[in-house]
Design a protein around this ligand. Structure first.
Ligand SMILES: [Zn+2]
Ligand SMILES: [Zn+2]
Length: 368
């Protein structure tokens, strides 16, 4: 049995259920969850913006302890601390073979099916399958994931901090370091001061950017971005973000602009505040039907690079331990990103806070 937060119908609160949990099959790992972050992607599913089979256990940013391993598992053993990896790459598709496990086709397939690779899940309720989001199903006391989805980590970091690594940290720091390759002395703008935006800011600071402009609509969060490396802040409710960034950069725009909200208008803003030949990185997740309007003439005449970043273009088995080493060395601030801690029973309160934008990150802490 596993107590889990289950989405039965779009737009409705999650319900806490005692699910039946099968044993791990070959190549699978059972994880006792210790902490899981509430991410906008989970919220997109709750609202029906990312259609998936229901009922489903959401949650994909999590950390826990290996409870049991199935036959043939070699990378982790019982008792190991792990961070869940919601892009469990196959290692054999064309993207995996060419060094882009973040774009693995098999992981993309599983994102749509809500299952493990064999097309089934280990959760059930009254004999009917319950799906698991991004193979993770982290909002459950226990989950069973593919071996590639359980990344072993050092044991001396708190689980709440480790959980963040699995989505907001890799996505944000990776977007700055892997995708944009922010260079020392460069100028940066980041739209959206949430879990991902703060990590883009500290990733850019780590890379040596000289000017980092944080843009949001909440003054308290903007004030906090300064302790993560932001040099300037813009409240987009008071000032036009693009004009403010141009004013701060002698009228030319920034070398790198990041969008970390997921709205077409702010994606266009990010492009428009990027200087000629600069780089715009879209990190926020919009609904699948939305489109962005960009001036067609500017594409050749300004020669900007417009790109996206998925999972921070990261490689979890390599990057998660490295990011936790940076945290342990005092080079990444992670505790301050946790605005509120909830029990699993309080998960709907956590989503209400996420919806209102008051938290940087809300975290579920599982009881002992
Ligand atoms: Zn996420
Ligand atoms: Zn692959």
């Amino acid at each position: 049995m596993a107590k889990a937060a289950v989405l039965h119908r779009y737009g409705e609160p999650l319900s806490i259920e005692e699910l039946d949990l099968a044993i791990p099959k070959r190549g699978e790992v059972k994880v006792k969850m210790k902490a899981a972050g509430l991410c906008h992607s989970d919220w997109h599913v709750v609202q029906g913006q990312l259609p998936l089979p229901l009922p489903i256990v959401l949650g994909h940013e999590g950390a826990g302890i290996v409870e049991e391993v199935g036959e043939g598992v070699t990378s982790v053993k019982q008792g190991d601390h792990v961070v869940l990896n919601w892009v469990p790459s196959c290692g054999t598709c064309s993207y995996c073979r060419t060094g882009r496990p973040d774009l693995c086709e098999e992981a993309a397939r599983l994102m749509a099916t809500g299952t493990l690779p064999d097309g089934t899940t280990r959760f059930s309720l009254h004999g009917k399958s319950v799906y698991q989001f991004l193979t993770a199903g982290a909002f459950s006391e226990y989950t069973i994931v593919p071996e590639q989805a359980a990344i072993p980590i050092r044991r001396d970091v708190p689980f709440e901090v480790a959980a963040l690594i699995g989505c907001s940290v890799i996505t944000g720091v990776g977007a700055a370091i892997h995708t944009a390759k922010v260079s020392p002395g460069s100028t940066v703008a980041v739209i959206g001061a949430g879990g991902v935006g703060f990590n883009i800011i500290q990733g850019a600071a780590l890379a040596g950017a000289k000017q980092i402009i944080a843009i949001d609509v909440v003054d308290e969060k903007l004030a906090m971005t300064k302790t993560f490396g932001a040099t300037h802040t813009v409240n987009a409710r008071e000032d036009d973000a693009v004009s403010a960034v141009l004013d701060l950069t002698d009228g030319i725009g920034v070398d790198y602009a990041f969008e970390a909200i997921g709205r077409p208008e702010t994606m266009a803003d990010a492009y428009n505040m990027t200087r000629k030949a600069g780089t715009t990185v879209i990190v926020g997740i919009a609904a699948p039907h939305e489109t962005v309007e960009i001036n067609a003439f500017s594409l050749p005449s300004q020669s900007k690079t417009l790109t996206g970043s998925w999972l921070g273009q990261g490689n979890p088995p390599v990057d998660y331990p490295k990011l936790l080493d940076l945290y342990a060395a005092g080079k990444l601030k992670l505790e301050p990103l946790i605005s509120a801690v909830y029990s699993l029973d309080q998960i709907n309160d956590g989503f209400a806070a996420l919806k209102s934008g008051q938290n940087i990150r809300g975290i579920i802490r599982f009881e002992e």
